[in-house]
Design a protein around this ligand. Structure first.
Ligand code: SAH
Length: 221
């Protein structure tokens, strides 16, 4: 596990954070690496001060620009599913948002390549990760629907916004043996796990029903 630098960061009580971990365990999260990182990582840093008192509830919260920080259970579930295939070295994340999922991943994998279409969100996330001393992350301001071809192939791809259908670029940029976890759909969405079994073949499995923000095209400054 990569170390988080907690110096100078006001921490909420251990009990508050343990309660959240208890909720995750109740919902079936059992990877000790994921639970340990989520116990340590200060989620309140990723949320505006006015909402920070709700940071350890198991719920999505607004982060501005019509976007939300993902529900902790979903972050845990997606991370656990990716790690199930072994520790990925190179991970593509689409939809940096607050940077919370980015930070969880940065603690657990080799390198994270994170793409966000809204520049101010990306800038804030970059600052937060720097503050936490997490240096194995590269950010790009772009439409993540095209992946990040120069940095692929990836051992894992995770997506925090739902496309109607999985873009072909994401299949192409998945390494053989690699795993992609992605919400798919419109009003009704499902969380899918895609595993690339060889050059031409992909196994797909539906994990559960979910509600993510839509994947939008283009990028905004
Ligand atoms: N895991 C993040 C989720 C943020 S919400 C968190 O917990 O904070 C999803 C994010 O996906 C939003 O920030 C949104 O701007 C971004 N997004 C939507 N479509 C995108 C696209 N095509 N490319 C890159 N980012 C996108």
């Amino acid at each position: 596990m990569n170390k988080i630098d907690l110096q100078g960061i006001g921490m909420t009580s251990r009990r508050t954070r343990e309660r959240l971990i208890g909720r995750l365990i109740e919902q079936g999260i059992d990877d000790p690496r994921v639970l340990e990182v989520m116990q340590e990582l200060p989620r309140h840093l990723f949320i505006d001060e006015a909402l920070a008192h709700r940071a350890y509830e198991d719920t999505a919260l607004p982060i501005g620009y019509n976007q939300t920080i993902s529900q902790p259970y979903i972050v845990a579930k997606m991370t656990e599913t990716l790690l199930n295939g072994g520790t990925p070295e190179r991970v593509l994340e689409i939809g940096t948002g607050s940077g919370y999922q980015t930070a969880v991943l940065a603690c657990l994998v080799g390198r994270v390549f994170s793409v966000e279409r809204i520049q101010p969100l990306q800038e804030k996330a970059r600052q937060r990760l720097r503050q936490l001393g997490l240096r194995n992350v590269q950010f790009q301001h772009a439409d993540g629907g095209f992946g990040w071809p120069e940095k692929g192939p990836f051992d894992a791809i995770t997506c925090a916004a739902a496309p109607e259908q999985i873009p072909p670029e994401l299949f192409e940029q998945l390494a053989i043996g690699g795993r992609m976890i992605i919400p798919v759909g419109g009003r009704v969405q499902e969380l899918r796990l895609v595993v690339r079994t060889d050059e031409q073949s992909f196994d797909q499995q539906v994990l559960e029903g979910v509600k993510f923000v839509p994947m939008l095209s283009g990028s905004v400054r």
